[in-house]
Design a protein around this ligand. Structure first.
Ligand code: NCD
Length: 304
């Protein structure tokens, strides 16, 4: 594992190693305080971020390293027309590891092709977001103590939601997981996920537009935001944006040990009244994002 562009860049053993390391860091953070002393992480964010960028920066600081970077395309030379290929060669001279988020699908792959340092994809357009998946896996493992034999409901924008694509690809590799894919027709998972992952691996899955009738079968409900920035026209977004709003009433039929996840940011798709439900783990999920990224940095820099 030199770069992380996709969850398929990890073997299952590597994923399990990262999760165990993250669990050890959570238990004994003081053992890791200086491991990255002298190391520099660069954060190249051409697209908005709160959790992903800050958790990476916080992760590097908690390992004793430092970071440099930019948080919007406007404050980098991208605005002057510089290519990702040229930017990454510059960044590789100033840092040891790089995290990049970009609105174009495949941009992290291009960066990796020109980079002499590890590149981590922090989201490339509507394609993939592998470190959110590591965060999600750690959340599931901490709550369910297992990554197999689960029924996972994913609800909302399954077409443009990159966290959904990475999570399905990854959980399909564990044993006996089933998926309930809840979305309107227009926002179904892309064909490459349906054909190249779900069908090819013979995964048990259903596609439906009805959350109320399917929620009772779920062990995990992964809610997502309708991805406004990926729509071609505002009217479609306005029509679809509030199509699913999870509230207390809809949870009446859900399992007692369901966990409700969301990569965040939330817009309207989970009513704030759900935040107090013991099944809501989306803020706990945020916390895991830092530890799993600490573990990933250590693995990529070959320090653990
Ligand atoms: C997600 C993303 O950027 O894809 N956010 C995140 O990294 N936690 C989800 C989203 O923006 O809806």
């Amino acid at each position: 594992m030199n770069h992380v562009l996709d969850t398929m860049d990890f073997t299952l053993d590597e994923i399990n190693d990262i999760l165990s390391l993250a669990e050890d860091i959570m238990k004994s953070p003081s053992n890791y305080l200086e491991i990255c002393k002298g190391k520099i992480l660069s954060t190249l964010f051409y697209e908005a971020s709160t959790r992903t960028r800050l958790s990476f920066e916080s992760a590097m600081l908690s390992l004793g390293g430092t970071f440099i970077g930019f948080s919007s395309a406007d404050s980098s030379s991208a605005i002057k027309g510089e290519s990702v290929a040229d930017t990454i060669r510059t960044v590789a001279s100033y840092s040891d590891i790089c995290v990049m988020r970009h609105p174009k699908e495949g941009s992290a792959l291009v960066a990796a092709q020109y980079s002499s340092i590890p590149v981590i994809n922090a989201g490339d357009g509507g394609h993939q977001h592998p470190t959110q998946t590591l965060t999600d896996l750690l959340t599931i493992h901490s709550n369910k103590h297992n990554l197999n034999n689960l029924t996972i409901g994913l609800c909302g924008d399954l077409k443009f939601g990159r966290t959904v694509h990475s999570l399905i690809t990854c959980l399909s590799r564990y044993k006996n997981n089933k998926f309930i894919l809840v979305s309107p027709m227009e926002l179904k998972v892309p064909k490459y996920i349906r054909v190249e992952t779900l069908k090819k691996l013979n995964i048990n899955f259903v596609e439906t537009d009805n959350l109320e009738n399917t929620i009772d079968g779920m062990d995990i409900l992964y809610m997502t935001r309708v991805q406004r920035e990926r729509f071609f026209n505002e009217e479609d977004y306005v029509r679809l944006k509030d199509i699913y709003i999870l509230n207390k009433e809809k949870l009446l039929n859900a399992k007692e040990d369901l966990i409700i996840m969301h990569p965040l940011p939330r817009v309207n798709e989970i009513s704030v009244e759900v935040d107090d439900d013991p099944r809501a783990v989306y803020f706990e999920q945020v916390k895991y994002g830092k530890y799993v990224r600490m573990a990933l940095i250590l693995k990529l820099l070959k320090l653990a």
